[in-house]
Design a protein around this ligand. Sequence first.
Ligand code: BV8
Length: 257
Amino acid sequence: MPTISDTLVCRLAEADHVAVLTGAGISAESGIPTFRDPDGLWDEFEPQELANVEAFLDNPTLVQGWYQRRRQVVEEAEPNAGHRALKALEAHVPSVSVVTQNVDDLHNRAGSDAVIELHGNITRNYCVDCERTAAPEAVDAAIRNGEPACCPACDGLIRPDVVWFGERLPPEAVERADAATARADVLLSVGTSAVVYPAARYPVRAREHGAYVAEVNPDTTGVTPDVDESIRGPAGEVLPALVEAVADRSEEGAGAP
Ligand code: BV8
């Protein structure tokens, strides 16, 4: 088990607000491939080939098919001990905000109270023209026929409700994430390589506002030089241990005269 400092445990036990920035690594133990690990999502395709508007308009069937396959993986996956630990942390900290780059819906399914989806959610689809939400089944049927999935109401192309490269993040999510990370007493950066912006700026910004910042990742990341503590281990192992230590510390504190 990687070392967790007493400082981090104390800061969490005493915190009013905790922000957790999560990336694909927290879902790896749910069987969802990350983006940049050796067997990651990008191995099969190049980002510019699929995750941007031009690629989608150039080859909607390919892009819709890629997202459909990823949605199927997500629907078959379950939240893991890391997701569940972030929910359990809410019993010991008045406010826990999960600022996620992930589009896999697993934090919502784990029951976290405040999930901020910076990059959208792959389980939702909408029409690029009339913006009506589209049932996944409409996409599945068209893909089976080898055709682009189109809106039954206006025949516009259906796209996943995710943020592609070059697209603006949802302003409401950015506003909530800015507020949550600015007021955080502690920020945990979990399972992200911290190379995608503007999400990757949050650990540094939280620290500038006085937060204690720790990363949970088996490897070094783009923010390793900027954090107070790096815990080199998998989220599914580290986060439950961290929450257990916080619970013990909170009980000790409660029992203190
Ligand atoms: C924007 C949704 C402007 C879609 C995604 C140059 C410098 C800086 C920025 C840029 C630049 N050039 C271009 C940009 C901007 C660009 C960007 O950041 N590019 C990067 C690549 C350089 N950003 C954008 O385009 C953003 N938009 O800037 O818009 C704008 C403003 C106004 C008006 C118009 C436009 C939009 C970015 C969002 C892109 N969409 N996803 C989809 O999912 O298909 S990004 C995609 O990568 C995912 O969302 C993911 O979150 C993100 C980052 O990846 P990670 O989550 O970190 O995953 P990764 O695989 O990289 O790392 C996994 C980590 O987990 C690893 O460290 C690994 O060690 C660790 N791990 C593995 N197992 C475990 C583990 N950790 C813990 N436990 C384990 N078990």
